[in-house]
Design a protein around this ligand. Structure first.
Ligand code: SRM
Ligand code: SF4
Length: 566
């Protein structure tokens, strides 16, 4: 048990410590039908079980007027390392969405599904249904390691399969060991003694923790936005030799608080496959022991590394590991976007990546995406892979099945070769309103409309087929990694956004604040001459994010560096 004065730390520390390994009062609160809510303490602990209490913000004012409590509902996030699920699981998840949630499946920027709109009465049944499909929600949120991301794009199929196994192993290795999840949701036998958390301890981590595994040349997981990253290094025959280890990435910041900032991860070392679990564990335990537990805004690994220095951090990880790590190897990324359409892997199997606008899978008018994927799941023998760009890949398809899958999609109004602009295909928005309690502006519901207007500018300048990475979030927390957008919009107030420009197309350079607190009219007026200038002046193959720096629109001395550097 802990020997520090918990009262001097953030209140979350005492809550975790006193929770009896994440049990708290959750069971009691679930049984209380007087309210659709749970207590504040339970709602914090619930996150570790993969769920958030929310309320429908569209209904807030009206319900307040009618003296009703807010329309409480729950978001549930799954743990799906590398975003992979079987067609059978897909069918089960689709059923759950229609029965207990708002009828949609939401692909997140970390390759998993979220349900929105589950009411308290259905929460436990929904959790049980998810677990019955052999998936779970353990540690999908909370101060623990979250869903482990893994490259989805199959440039090298066999390497992908191997690397995906690693993402699963890392995820399992870092799972909390408490029995609380099984007791509360699955009616598991109550365990009262001898429980411990060998990796996390009884207060878990100071803050959330995120891991990704990338396979060059694709950086579709945005490796540098993660606390810990593994970049696969293969030999000439495509065999896995090990991983470059990256540490200290993160996006979140708070408007007007310069002590908070997005930060790109540093490439720290190289490790062999047999060192992966040890490295992961000791990066986590070093953060457990040295992360800031007094100030949650300064508690992510990126700040621990900036406070102590990268050399110190590497030394500490090596000391715990009991051996030194090798120096990083050469690698090269080409882009952080997805490749769309049918692609054949190295083993004769086919993969179809479909664009899912902002990750929301639903039926909408003629485009019945949810029904289409449900039908595909009924006939598909491979697997589904979600991408960290909020898209879905129908993966490992027999050559003979391709046409049938394409026809099924088309019949449901989903054209795999849909004529979408490259701009739209490179865009992503976080959930924001109406469910996110922290949203200051619209994001998922607004970006499609704004993009239409930017597309018109692109078209007028002959750039219809040019990709520019666009990211939007409803607040500065950075859930759609907006600071890695060549164009980034970050919500400030209803209808108002900060505009960021100049990130690298490979997800390896942060953008810079360009204009503050602007509405749609000003956004378009600012972008129009920039896009025209880019069309006119760009060099062969030059990306928009690179051009805005070369053309002097973004400060060349600071662009491309971490925000915290002078
Ligand atoms: Fe996030 C909080 C949604 C990826 C940084 N994020 C939230 C909450 C739970 C709001 C809250 O705390 O009440 C949002 C729920 C909205 C809703 O209604 O569903 C939320 N985050 C999301 C998702 C669903 C966005 C999406 O559109 O896909 C993503 C779920 C990922 C997953 O499956 O695990 C999501 N969040 C991210 C990412 C991107 C990433 O991890 O690659 C980031 C930036 C990277 C990072 O962590 O630094 C991110 N979310 C945050 C933060 C700021 C953390 C920080 O260090 O400051 C918060 C707020 C917080 O933790 O206090 C937050
Ligand atoms: Fe909510 Fe902000 Fe994350 Fe968007 S970026 S989902 S508004 S916390």
């Amino acid at each position: 048990m802990t020997d520090v004065d918990l009262d001097k730390l953030d209140p979350a520390e005492k809550l975790k410590h006193d929770s009896n390994y994440l049990r708290g009062d959750i069971e009691r609160d679930l049984d209380d039908y007087v309210t659709g809510a749970i207590s504040e303490g339970s709602s914090k602990l619930l996150k570790f079980h993969g769920s958030y209490m929310q309320d429908n913000r569209d209904l807030r004012a009206e319900r307040h007027k009618q003296k009703l409590e807010p329309a409480y509902q729950f978001m549930i996030r799954l743990r799906m390392p590398g975003g992979v699920c079987t067609p059978r699981q897909w069918l089960a998840l689709d059923d759950i969405a229609r029965t207990y949630a708002n009828g949609t499946l939401r692909i997140t920027t970390r390759q998993t599904f979220q349900y929105h709109g589950v009411i308290k009465r259905d929460l436990k049944t929904t959790m049980q249904a998810i677990n019955a499909s052999l998936l779970d929600t353990i540690a999908a949120c909370g101060d623990v390691n979250r869903n482990v991301n893994c490259a989805a794009n199959p440039y090298l199929s066999s390497l992908h399969a191997e690397v995906h196994e690693w993402s699963k192993r890392i995820s399992e290795h870092l799972l909390p060991r408490t029995n609380a999840y099984r007791e509360i949701w699955l009616d598991g036998e109550k365990i009262t003694e001898d429980e411990s958390e060998p990796i996390y301890g009884d207060r878990y981590l100071p803050r959330k923790f995120k891991i990704a595994v990338a396979v060059p040349p694709t950086n579709d997981v945005d490796i540098f936005a993660n606390d810990l990253g593994f970049i696969a290094i293969a030999n000439e025959d495509g065999e896995l030799e090990g991983f470059n280890v990256t540490v200290g990435g993160g996006m979140g910041m708070t408007h007007g608080e310069p002590a908070t900032y997005p930060r790109l991860a540093d490439v720290m070392a190289f490790c062999r496959p047999d060192q992966v679990l040890g490295v992961a564990e000791h990066v986590v335990t070093t953060q457990r022991d040295y992360g800031d537990r007094a100030n949650r805004k300064h508690a992510r690994l990126k700040y621990t590394i900036d406070d102590h220095g990268l050399d110190w951090f590497r030394g500490e990880v090596e000391r715990r590991l009991g051996e030194s790590l090798a120096e990083p190897r050469e690698y090269e990324f080409e882009s952080n976007s997805d490749r769309y359409g049918w692609v054949d892997g190295t083993d004769g199997r086919w993969h179809l990546t479909l664009f899912v606008e902002n990750g929301r899978i639903r039926d909408s008018g003629e485009r019945r995406l949810m029904s289409a994927l449900r039908e595909v799941a009924g006939l598909h023998g491979g697997e589904f892979r979600l991408t960290a760009n909020q898209n879905v890949m129908i993966a490992n398809v027999d050559a003979g099945q391709r046409e049938r899958i394409t026809a099924t999609l088309r019949r449901n109004g989903v054209d795999p070769e849909a004529d979408l602009t490259a701009l739209r295909r490179s865009s992503m928005a976080c959930v924001a309103l109406p469910t996110c309690a922290l949203a200051m502006a619209e994001s998922e519901r607004y970006l499609p409309e704004l993009l239409g207007k930017i597309e018109a500018i692109m078209q007028a300048n002959g750039l219809r087929d040019d990709a520019i990475v666009v990211r939007m979030t409803g607040c500065p927390n950075g859930c759609a990694r907006p600071y890695l957008g060549e164009i980034g919009f970050v919500g400030k107030a209803p209808g108002k956004y900060n505009l960021y420009l100049g990130a690298g197309f490979r997800g390896d350079r942060l953008n810079k604040l360009y204009r503050e607190n602007i509405g749609e009219e000003t956004i378009l007026a600012e972008l129009e001459p920039l896009i025209a200038g880019y069309a006119r002046e760009r060099e062969d193959g030059e990306r928009f994010g690179d051009w805005v720096i070369r053309a002097g629109h973004v400060n060349a001395t600071t662009a491309g560096r971490n925000f915290h550097e002078p």
